[in-house]
Design a protein around this ligand. Structure first.
Ligand SMILES: C[S@@+](CC[C@H](N)C(=O)[O-])C[C@H]1O[C@@H](n2cnc3c(N)ncnc32)[C@H](O)[C@@H]1O
Length: 320
C-alpha cells in the first residue's frame, strides 16, 4: 500500500518524491522524481515548474507513489516511464533492451565525422544524405544507433542485427515510431553471421545489395556487450537486475566479443570501409591490437566526456 499525502500539490509531491528517492540512495534522485511526476501527469517540465500549487488527483498521486516505490527498489526510471532520449529522439525501452546511454552518442559522431572525412580524402563531395552507403548496426538493442543513422543519412541502406528476437521487436517498434519501418532491415543474427549466405539463401537482402560486386558494407558500427561476468557484482542494482544480461556481458572478461566481431567485420567491409566500436572502460588495451596493420588502417580512439577511451574506429585496408 502506498502512502498518499494529504498535500497533493505539485510542489509537495515533488518534494516528497525527491526525499523518498534520496533516502533510498537512488542516483540522480531529483531528476528521477521529476521524470516520474511528469510521466503520471503527462505534462512537460515547463508545466511542472509553472504550476507548483496545482493539486493532483488522488489517483495520480497514488500512481506516482507506486512508481517512487518501485524506483526505490531499483527499477530504472526508464523502465517505469517506458522511454529514453538518444540523439534528441525518443525511444521505447523495456527490460528486453539496453537503455541507450549518452556516451553511445559518441559512436554516431565518430561515424558521421569519418564518413565525411573519407569522402573528402577521396576528393568526392560529402554525401550528406548517405547516397550509395550501406551500413549495419550490430547488436541493435532498442535500435537507437541504426535509427539515428537512418535519420542522419536518409539515403543510406541500413541493416541492424541482434541475437535477441525480443530486442528486435522493440527496435522494430522504435523504427516505426520514427517513420523508418521500411528503411531498416532488422535481422536476428549472431553478430554478422546472417550475412554469410547472402547471395544464396537471402535473396531479400541480396536484392537490396544489387549494385555491389559482393556483399559489403561502408560502415559497421557496434556497441557490443562489454562488461565482464567477473565484474557483475560491482554493477548497480538497476543494471544488474533489470537490464538484459545479453546486452551487458561479453564473457568472463568482457571483451570477448570483439575478438569475433573484428575479423568478421574485416570480411564484410568494403576496402576503405569503416568500423566503429564502443569500448568498455578498460577494453582499449585488448581491442586495439586486434586491429592489425595487415587489414586495418587509420585506427583512431575518441574519448568520452569523462576522458575515457570510448570509441575505436578503423578503416579496412584498401588492398585486402
Ligand atoms: C550493449 S547492447 C547495445 C544496444 C544498442 N545498440 C545501444 O547502443 O544501446 C548490446 C546488444 O547486442 C546484442 N548482442 C549480444 N550478443 C550478440 C551477438 N552475439 N550477436 C548479435 N547481437 C548480440 C544484445 O542483445 C544487445 O541488444
Amino acid at each position: 500500500m502506498n502512502f498518499v499525502s494529504t498535500d497533493r500539490s505539485v510542489r509537495s509531491l515533488l518534494r516528497q518524491g525527491v526525499e523518498q528517492l534520496r533516502s533510498a540512495a537512488v542516483p540522480s534522485f531529483t531528476l528521477a522524481a521529476e521524470l516520474l511526476l511528469l510521466h503520471v501527469t503527462g505534462h512537460d517540465r515547463a508545466w511542472l515548474y509553472a504550476h507548483p500549487e496545482e493539486v493532483l488527483s488522488f489517483e495520480t498521486a497514488e500512481k506516482y507513489f507506486a512508481l517512487l516505490s518501485r524506483r526505490s527498489f531499483g527499477e530504472p526510471t526508464q523502465h517505469l516511464t517506458g522511454k529514453q532520449e538518444f540523439w534528441g529522439l525518443e525511444f521505447e525501452v523495456n527490460a528486453d533492451v539496453l537503455i541507450p546511454r549518452p556516451e553511445t552518442e559518441h559512436l554516431i559522431e565518430v561515424a558521421l565525422d569519418h564518413l565525411a572525412v573519407r569522402e573528402l580524402r577521396a576528393g568526392r563531395p560529402v554525401r550528406s544524405h548517405g547516397e550509395d552507403l550501406t551500413l549495419v548496426d550490430v547488436g541493435t538493442g532498442s535500435g537507437c544507433i541504426a535509427i539515428t543513422l537512418a535519420k542522419e543519412l536518409p539515403a543510406a541502406t541500413v541493416y541492424a542485427t541482434d541475437i535477441s528476437s525480443a530486442a528486435l521487436e522493440v527496435a522494430r517498434r522504435n523504427a516505426a515510431r520514427h517513420g523508418l519501418a521500411e528503411r531498416i532491415h532488422f535481422l536476428e543474427s549472431n553478430l554478422l553471421e546472417a550475412f554469410a549466405p547472402l547471395a544464396t539463401c537471402r535473396p531479400d537482402i541480396a536484392s537490396a545489395e544489387a549494385g555491389h560486386s559482393s556483399l559489403s558494407f561502408d560502415l559497421i558500427i557496434c556497441n557490443p556487450p562489454y562488461i565482464g561476468l567477473r565484474d557483475s557484482d560491482s554493477l548497480p542494482v538497476e543494471v544488474r537486475e533489470h537490464e538484459p544480461s545479453t546486452s551487458l556481458y561479453g564473457g568472463e572478461e568482457g571483451y570477448e566479443l570483439y575478438g569475433t566481431l573484428i575479423p568478421q567485420a574485416a570480411q564484410y567491409l568494403k576496402p576503405g570501409g569503416l568500423l566503429v566500436l564502443e569500448l568498455g572502460h578498460n577494453s582499449l588495451a585488448t581491442v586495439q591490437p586486434l586491429l592489425d596493420a595487415s587489414r586495418w588502417c587509420n585506427v583512431a580512439v575518441a574519448n568520452d566526456l569523462a576522458s575515457i577511451p570510448r570509441v575505436i574506429s578503423a578503416e579496412r585496408e584498401s588492398v585486402p
